[in-house]
Design a protein around this ligand. Structure first.
Ligand code: DGL
Length: 273
């Protein structure tokens, strides 16, 4: 059987923070990343549109040969994953799989908080979907979830304006609004894969007593466990430690910005639908 890469998808650059963490944990595997940058952000788009765009991306990664696709995007995981898994996948392939980032995060959040009060920062779409409180109630029903949507953060991050005074002011106000909703919050999940770029700045804003939790290492750890539990999938994956990148945006723009998220040089190929 021909072995092929793992597919990783995000609306834009954010999934690169997840891919980077996955490669630290699982450096031997090959990956194909697709960023739908030309149509990002997804955060304020309707269920139907996010589902349609995500399904196109999944099909593209399947066509590239990927038997396993990770939706490294909370908005897509919240709005499209279940429909794709239940309705589309049985028609497309009996053996390919699509996984998201919400379930792995909610599986571990209960272990990270002492106060049992967790803050969730995400896009409007992720927060409105209520996916986090719903999933968390299954794994840690005693935890109180405090959610806050940050609609400006993805555009600020994609356009690298988060260090400008106006950008910093938006970020500060959102963090203050979340923290003022409950004084006992001791853990904040960055429930958008773009947000780890702000991690150091956020940690400074909240001080040392509150944990800021990015998803990349959690998703990487859970993927490792998944592959060990599913040898039939693991045996289909190629292992040359290579990554290829595709973007629906102009490649020169993608390459320049993506390296900032990924941590090393990126050279992408253009793909649009
Ligand atoms: N990285 C995506 C997420 O995790 C960003 C969504 C967007 O494009 O607004 O939700």
């Amino acid at each position: 059987m021909q072995r092929t890469p793992i597919g990783v998808f995000d609306s834009g650059y954010g999934g690169l923070t997840v891919l980077s963490a996955i490669r630290e944990q699982l450096p031997q595997y090959d990956f194909i990343y697709f960023g739908d940058n030309a149509r990002a952000p997804y955060g304020n788009r309707s269920f139907d549109v996010v589902y349609e765009f995500t399904l196109e991306a999944v099909n593209f990664l399947f066509e590239q040969g990927c038997p396993l696709v990770i939706l490294a995007c909370n908005t897509a995981s919240a709005k499209a994953l279940r429909t794709i898994q239940q309705k589309d996948l049985p028609k497309i392939s009996q053996t390919n799989r699509v996984l998201g980032v919400i379930r792995p995060s909610t599986e571990v959040l209960g272990e990270l908080t002492h106060s049992k009060h967790v803050g969730i920062l995400g896009t409007q779409g992720t927060i409105n979907s209520n996916s986090y409180p719903i999933e968390l109630s299954k794994f840690a029903p005693d935890i109180k979830v405090h959610q806050h949507a940050c609609p400006m953060w993805v555009p600020l991050i994609e356009n690298q304006q988060y260090e400008h005074p106006a950008g910093k002011q938006f970020i500060l106000e959102d963090v203050q609004q979340l923290l003022s909703s409950n004084a006992s919050i001791d853990t904040i999940l960055l429930a958008c894969t773009h947000y780890p770029v702000l991690q150091a700045h956020l940690q400074q804003l909240v001080g040392p007593d509150i944990k800021i939790v990015p998803q990349g290492p959690i998703v990487a750890e859970k993927l490792d466990i998944y592959l060990k539990a599913h040898p039939e999938m693991e045996q289909r994956l190629s292992k040359n430690a290579e990554v290829r990148f595709f973007t629906s945006e102009t490649t020169a723009v993608f390459d320049q910005k993506a390296s900032h998220f990924f941590g090393s040089k990126v050279e992408a190929t253009h793909h649009s639908f």
